[in-house]
Design a protein around this ligand. Sequence first.
Ligand code: GRG
Length: 307
Amino acid sequence: MRSLDGAETVPTAQFDLHGYLLARQAVVESHLERAVAPGYPEKIIESMRYSLVSGGKRLRPVLCLAGCELSGGDPALAIPTACGLEMLHTASLIHDDLPAMDDDDFRRGKPANHKVFGEGMALLAGDALLSYALEFILLNTRRVPADRLLRVMQTLINRVGVAGLVGGQVVDVECEGQEDVAPETLEFIHSRKTGSLIDAAMVTGAILGGADDDTIARLSEYARKVGLAFQIVDDVLDVTATRQELGKTPHKDQKSGKATFPRLFGVEGSMRRARELVDAAKQEIEPFGPRARPLSAMADHIYTRTS
Ligand code: GRG
């Protein structure tokens, strides 16, 4: 099978996750750099580019490409969707940082969008990235049957709306400052706020790669588990990591009275739950054999990450 960096994707015992991620991140970076070209009105485009072309782990795009590869598709077909996912994610980060939401001054190691461009412009930059993501995918996806592309669009639109990001954010805001948030409510918030786009990345990659329904269902289940583990580790890092490692303000959750996993289960209990989820996610993709090696390594990485 062909891979983006031209390397053989059949895994070896020593899977080089670092090299795998770097190659795919580089492809995504170069496409994102060109996706939002400088233009008029300058201010809004500058504001969009400030947040979009500014680092970030590019987890969602890489998962989308991986889902396509695992399903036997040419990952090049998934590049526009991978970039679109990063635009949607970035839009949500810009809005999340606004004073009316999570109110954070730092993101990706630099001042948050609204600290540089003002709240109104940050709001608009998020809006513009949200709509441009969908337009970008439609205009740039080639050699994909229309029914598949329609399914990709439907999945993305669903995962950013009330059933996904927006729904999770609403309950998160409602729960702020509440002492007695139930574990199920916390899982609801995390599975929407964080899990939705991770799920969308896996599912859209698989659809573009021509996966059958069973494969899509397995990858979606993998994503749901890994997405929750990712957010649990995120909550733990908020307690244990430095500003430099996080690229944003640490101990923010505690200060704003947020419902988090460490608050409910402690750091150790949270990490135990994250480990269980990662192991269950890996089991979900075991039937794919060696083809699942990158996703399996990524699941482990999500557990051990420090930033
Ligand atoms: C659809 C524009 C729009 C908004 C929906 C504001 C909002 C409503 C939702 C916020 C969702 C949100 C910010 C969830 C947090 C998810 C999360 C864990 C972000 C950090 O992801 P990383 O670590 O970040 O992958 P990088 O910077 O590496 O990309």
